[in-house]
Design a protein. Structure first.
Length: 332
């Protein structure tokens, strides 16, 4: 390992966003090491990043100690979690165990072995049903499902670890991650898939309708509005956040979003334009707990980290996602 390449452990680096962060870290001169149990990640995608990979479970203290002693990382980026809102409602115990208990285990092991920098994947779901749009970082956090609660609990743990042990940390609250790496090397592959863009692209490719939940929201066309941010822009934010911790920042909390939103129907129309295919869909009832509109106030991250959403135009997001899925689904 070269002295010029600080090692960064990427918990959940075989997943969608973590794997893109791995690529950016590599091209920014770091040595990322993926730590993943492959429960929901993809081994082939981890291999495509070219990073070293340690297969194991974050709740396993002995495994974590072995990995930390082996690589002596400067920081940990923590992407690993269960991420399905509906599943968190039916199986809260599983969510609190993986998202909170395993994270606490990771933080305790880091503290014991003297790793003092942590970057955490939080979510707009910690805001619950927002009182105002766009949502600033100091908005009330009142999650309405166990997934959002589990992320908020970790946010609180980080604040307490900072006060008690001096842990330096960055919390990123993502809005809707979307898109794929610009060369279509890696991209989004969840099973089951719940995200709009891959679902609508799949419907277009296969000709089988997917469900649009609710067309009677108080929005311009009645469908939900979300703030889509390109996964490469999210990855960039992590590198900038890491550099700020390296420069001595103690703690930072940032939304990652663009400050603009698109409705479900606008996304579908753009997919039809980009792919030249019809997107078949069926209208279904609203899902409980889906806010009509989620848009980030994204000024803090641009001011403090000099971060800007460079790839998050809707057409670019969809074009990169489509190029990746065509390859991944073997469409010619
Ligand atoms: N995708 C989004 O739009 C979005 C939005 C807001 C927040 N987030 C958060 O960002 C993070 C990454 O999201 P993603 O879409 O890349 O998820 P993902 O499911 O693709 O990746 C998560 C990875 O963590 C691994 N993992 C889970 N539990 C583990 C454990 N106990 N030990 C080891 N590995 C484990 C999985 O195998 C998977 O590779 C998550 O924490 C998620 O809550 C995502």
């Amino acid at each position: 390992m070269s002295e010029k390449s600080p090692c960064i452990l990427i918990a959940g680096g075989a997943g969608y966003i973590g794997s893109h962060a791995v690529l950016d870290l590599k091209s920014s001169g770091y040595q990322p090491v993926i730590v993943d149990n492959f429960s929901r990640g993809n081994k082939d995608i981890a291999e495509l990043t070219g990073a070293e990979c340690e297969e194991g479970e974050l709740s396993d203290c002995a495994f974590l100690k072995k990995v930390i002693k082996k690589y002596n990382p400067d920081a940990v980026m923590h992407f690993a979690a269960w991420t399905y809102v509906g599943e968190s409602v039916s199986q809260p115990e599983r969510y609190y165990n993986n998202n909170v208990v395993a994270t606490l285990n990771l933080l305790s092991t880091m503290r014991e072995l003297g790793v003092g920098k942590f970057i955490f994947s939080s979510t707009a779901a910690t805001y619950g049903l927002p009182e105002a749009i766009p949502i600033p970082e100091d908005a009330v956090q009142a999650p309405i499902n166990p997934y959002g609660s589990s992320k908020l609990m970790v946010e609180r743990i980080l604040s307490d670890f900072n006060a008690a042990y001096g842990l330096q940390y960055t919390i990123f609250r993502y809005f809707n991650a979307a898109g794929a790496s610009s060369n279509a090397l890696i991209g989004e592959r969840h099973d089951p898939e719940t995200h709009l863009i891959p679902l609508a692209l799949s419907a277009a490719a296969k000709g089988t309708p997917f469900k649009v939940f609710g067309t009677d929201y108080p929005t311009q066309d009645g469908t939900c509005i979300r703030d889509y941010v390109h996964v490469d822009d999210i990855a960039r934010a992590h590198v900038l956040g890491l550099q700020r911790l390296e420069a001595g920042e103690e703690k930072g909390i940032y939304n990652i979003g663009t400050g603009s939103g698109y409705s479900v129907l606008e996304v579908i129309n753009t997919i039809e334009k980009v792919t030249g295919l019809k997107v078949p869909y069926e209208v279904a009832d609203r899902r409980a707990g889906d806010p009509p509109e989620l848009i980030a106030k994204a000024e803090r991250i641009s001011k403090d980290l000099k971060w800007h959403a460079r790839h998050s135009g809707l057409e670019e997001i969809i074009s990169t996602a489509w190029a990746w899925h065509r390859k991944d689904w073997d469409l010619t």
